[in-house]
Design a protein around this ligand. Sequence first.
Ligand code: SF4
Ligand code: SF4
Length: 717
Amino acid sequence: MEISFDKEIQQLRLGTGDVFHGEGILAVTKALLQSGVAYIGGYQGAPVSHLLDVMVQAKDLVAELGVHVEACSNEASAAAMLGASIHYPLRGAVTWKSIVGTNVAADALANLASPGVTGGVLMIIGEDYGEGASVVQERTHAFAMKSGLALFDPRPDLQLMTDLVEHAFALSEASNMPAMMELRIRACHVRGSFACKDNRRPAVSALAPMDAPAAFDYGRLAHPPSTFRHEKLKLEQRLPAARRYIVEHGLNELRPGRHDDVGVVVQGGIAHALLRALQALGLADALGNSELPLLVLNVTYPLAPEQIAGFAAGKRALLVVEEGSPEYIEQEIAAILRRHGLSTALHGKDWLPGAGELNPEALVQGLLPFTSAYLPQVDTGAAQAQLDAAASRRRELAALLDAPLPARPPGFCIGCPERPVFSALKLAQQDVGPVHVAADIGCHSFATFEPFSIGHSILGYGMSLASRAGVSPMMKRRVVSIMGDGGFWHNGLLTGVQSALFNGDDAVLLIFKNGYTSATGTQDILSTPGRAAKSGATDPAASLTSTDRRIEDTLAAIGVQWLRTVSSYRVSEMRKALREALTTEFGGLKVIVADGECQLERQRRLRGWIAGLLARGERVVRVKYGVDEDVCNGDHACIRLSGCPTLTLKDNPDPLKADPVATVIDGCVGCGLCGENAHAATLCPSFYRAELVRNPRWHERAFEALRRIARRALQPA
Ligand code: SF4
Ligand code: SF4
């Protein structure tokens, strides 16, 4: 990982009397250190990647505090780490992206929650839900309910969020329940400030290790018959203890309002969006003071029934503002009202959308019928006019366009090593016919967009090979499974490769060895070229992934017999390897390792190196590709095979031709794909390769001067 987090690490060193200014996720990271955490682990993923990225680089700081930091191989290994707190008074924190990461961690979580914890446990969960999300849209809430985990959902205010981190550890210890804190995308990136405290050295840590292990206690094992007792403990002791803590420490916020015969119960994470919607209705001011009484649930599981009933008592109606479905909170509140004999009318999903993010516009739409029904004296005309204006703007825009705006999906970086492999896969299918492609999570999933549109399914991170098992026996042609090296180490080696080998499956696996988990922020993995390889490389411009053969060695060691490593940028060779894998008589698992370092990481490395060369006045050569506009025949086959953003179109300079010509704009990193594609697919010969020389030698200058003279002489006057 080449990004430096030096500034962030300095922020983590702040102490009592200092004020932190910055992003929510870094504030939470700081709060972990203030809470005396003894160990931190996790698996990176938006929107919480920053937490682990910063901690991994903060080696000196964590060593001073005695905090152990572990970049785990997946979320299951992160959750399993928390087992340290079952017996020992160690506070532990882990982080990952939810819901997908929580799914992976589910086995360990259930086995952690059953015996319960002694030291406080906190999972910082990136709730990747709503606008901008990148995973399936489900809620972590279900996991909290089923396993008995406290679920914090703080209002996105840095002081509150950091205070709640400390409370989460304390609640976990008071109730023996592991705790989760879900942070939505906006909560992670909200900027603000909070008053810092000194970082706390844990009493037991790597600096002050324990003399002896805990005494053997069968009752702490998630094994029957202990599990029968655990189930009762959850209900009879842990949940009541957590509820007591929530109420006694005021973790949920009760905000009075002048219309006190109605009220709104809202998840903390979307409380600010609600206030913005209330403001549009004239029911709140810009400072967040609401005219409706609010119960802001900074802890959404467990609910404290007495607190809910107390809030509802004497009110004609409650509105529950809860994002997504099912409406777990609303259903529980309905049961609480019934059990307490309260006749307060309950609304929520009858007026609010059941799917998608509750942004202020969606909330205004839900609040309008509530206001009309219970506060008819409130003039909602302005809010309705705002909604109408937004709808009419959308209609006008649609009318101005002949067709809907084209989608602008994300795509591979310029020069990405994965793009040429999909060009080769397209060409290989011209040879053998169309094949079913089991795609996976990672940068390579960009190939599901134009111009490739490759991939029939995505079943989870590292799951492509396993997901093919039910399809390939029913197919005339072999299925291609695609996996990144991140997915391979995360899950694919066990769930896919092992299973295919064990069953003797006739399968084809294409692994992208780009050296990092690029899609989550280019974090290092087991097969990342080491620092020694980077600094010792004779040619810093070379791709470094070929210096590490751990993936190939692992595959060979567990019995893969058909294994090829092919440079990602060699389109013809890759096409040939794919064709062979799809047609060979060998009936077992065939693996092609596409070897090419992530271009994003490579360019980061090159930028510093080139800047150094230029500063020293040394010669620097940059390769660029271009299109000869006089030769381009305008069929754009090159673009359909590549999709590189720097290979685009421009008006045809020939006034007699109407079709635009291809052109390479500035930004080309000279990956060579344009030339490779032109050759492999026998395209028109319009591509040229140029070398841009900076600080040229004297003989290069002299030669160029001669060339210029010759060109002038040959040109007509
Ligand atoms: S981050 Fe790396 S692997 Fe991902 S698209 Fe960019 S260059 Fe390709
Ligand atoms: S050579 Fe072609 S594919 Fe590679 S970066 Fe340049 S324009 Fe893009």
